[in-house]
Design a protein. Sequence first.
Length: 288
Amino acid sequence: MLQWLQALVDGVLVGGVYAIVSSGLSLVFGIMGVVNFAHAEFLMVGMFVAWFAWAYLGIDPLLGSLIALVVVFLFGAGIQRTLIRPILKAPQVAQIFLTVGLLFCLENGALLLFGANYRSVSTPYQTESLRLGGIIVSLPYLLAFLMSGLSGGLLWAFLRFSRTGRAMRATALDPMAAKLVGIDTDRMHQIAFGLGVGLTAFGGAVILPYLTVYPAVGAQYVVLMFTVVVLGGLGSVAGAAVGGIAVGVIQAFSALVFPVQLQNLVLFLVFIAVLALRPQGLLKGASA
């Protein structure tokens, strides 16, 4: 029983990070209708921003995550304006080719600029843990989960209560009606894309204390991100939270039963079952 409780705690902690890095993917699709296949590469960019902030400025990665959020938000807003906006009304295959091409450009650009070396950080709490009864909670995992949960709560409040957030939700529901009431839908798309990739960069930065960064690190997360958003409902930010926790817990429980090489077997079986039985996902909503 203790093993299963430990796996549950570990799964929830990891799943919280999955939720925030995937919520940006859902946000972009919910508001713009674009499936961003390069989304995981922005996680890599955020990790590099946080690593350079730690290496050259001495800033802890948890604080560096805020720098990563701002830098990648601006970077993503520029990409949306120059690359994504012109193909919004193009056939969906054009959007796929563009974002896949962007994936290769970001990954190979990072490889050219930074090399293939694995980089890690050193923090005072890196090896610390808390003991709750017989359960051991890794402090870096716990801090990453808390930061992810806080950012997820702020995102929900922003979408629900701020004027810009309500305008973004209106744009997601009916762009034409939003234009008729004076909403600048192009600006909402730009903010949505920048915020979506910025949140993913934020999530990448908070996991840097227990992971290494290298140009291809996004490949570890791209399938997991799409699994999370499909389980939760593509376009639903709340669904990404549910899907992220679900994916983390399924992975943790699977590791108790199967070898590490088969850790994702149950996850992808559940993924296929959801696609077959409830293709809209566990939750449904444009930007809920």
